[in-house]
Design a binder for this molecule. Structure first.
Ligand code: ADP
Ligand code: 5GP
Length: 204
C-alpha cells in the first residue's frame, strides 16, 4: 500500500461554519489532523494558545515568513494568518491526513504548491443565515461583522477555483458530505499500490 496523506483545505466566508465542521470531522475521524495556524489576531475570550491558534506578535510572524517557516500566509481582515510548514509536511510524509481551515488566498497558495490537495468551499444556506450565525456566535463586534460580510461577495467569486462545494445547512449533512469527499479521494488510483494488481495476471 502506498502511504500518502491527503491534504484537505476548507475555506468559505466567516460564519459559514468552517470551524464547526472541522471540529465535528476531527471528533468523528481521529485519522485526520487539524493544523493549528499562527495569527497576529488577539485571542477571543475562551481561545487558547496552541489549541485554537498560536497567537504571535507581528514581529514573530514576519520572522517566520522570512525564515520560510510558513506553507502559506495571508492578511485576512487586517490580521496576519499562516500555516506552519514543518508540522504539515511531517504529517503528510508519515502518510497522515491533514486538514487546513484557511482563507481563500491561502487555499490558492496551497493548491499551487500541492496540486494534489483538495479544496472544499463551505457555503451557508443563505446570506441572511450567515449574518445570523455571525451575530449569534457572539465573538465579534458589529463593525467586525460588517467588515466580514462586506467580503462575502468577492469570496464567492472564487468558488470555481475549488474542487467541491459543501452547503452547511444541516451540520450533520455537511460533515457527511466532507467525509464522502475524503472517502472518494482515497479511492483514487494514486493512493493504491497498482503494482500489486498488475502482478495478479490472469487465472487461466
Ligand atoms: P467559521 O469558522 O466559518 O467562521 P463557525 O464554525 O464559527 O464559522 O460558525 C459560526 C456560527 O454558526 C457558530 O455560532 C456555530 O455554532 C454556528 N453554526 C455552524 N454550523 C451551523 C449549522 N449547520 N447550523 C446552525 N448553526 C451553525
Ligand atoms: P478568525 O479570525 O475568524 O479565526 O479567522 C479569520 C479567517 O482567517 C478565516 O477565514 C480563517 O479560515 C482564516 N485563517 C485561519 N487560519 C489561517 C491560516 O493559517 N492561513 C490563512 N490564509 N487563513 C487563515
Amino acid at each position: 500500500m502506498v502511504k500518502k496523506g491527503i491534504l484537505l483545505v476548507l475555506s468559505g466566508p466567516s460564519g459559514a461554519g468552517k470551524g464547526t465542521v472541522c471540529q465535528a470531522l476531527i471528533q468523528d475521524n481521529s485519522s485526520i489532523h487539524l493544523s493549528i495556524s499562527v495569527t497576529t489576531r488577539a485571542p477571543r475570550p475562551g481561545e487558547q494558545h496552541g489549541k485554537n491558534y498560536f497567537f504571535i506578535s507581528r514581529e514573530e510572524f514576519e520572522q517566520m515568513v522570512a525564515q520560510d517557516q510558513l506553507l502559506e500566509w495571508a492578511k485576512v481582515y487586517d490580521n496576519y494568518y499562516g500555516t506552519p510548514r514543518r508540522w504539515v509536511e511531517e504529517k503528510l510524509v508519515q502518510g497522515e491526513d491533514v486538514l487546513l481551515e484557511i482563507d481563500i488566498q491561502g487555499a490558492l497558495q496551497i493548491k499551487k504548491k500541492y496540486p494534489d490537495c483538495i479544496l472544499v468551499f463551505i457555503v451557508p444556506p443563505s446570506i441572511n443565515e450567515l449574518q445570523a450565525r455571525l451575530i449569534s456566535r457572539g465573538t465579534d463586534c458589529d463593525d467586525v461583522i460588517k467588515r466580514r460580510l462586506s467580503c462575502v461577495e468577492g469570496e464567492l467569486q472564487e468558488i470555481p477555483k475549488y474542487d467541491f462545494i459543501v452547503v452547511n445547512d444541516k451540520l450533520e449533512e455537511a460533515v457527511n458530505e466532507v467525509k464522502a469527499i475524503i472517502t472518494a479521494e482515497k479511492c483514487r488510483p494514486k493512493y493504491f499500490d497498482l503494482q500489486k494488481y498488475l502482478q495478479w495476471g490472469g487465472l487461466s
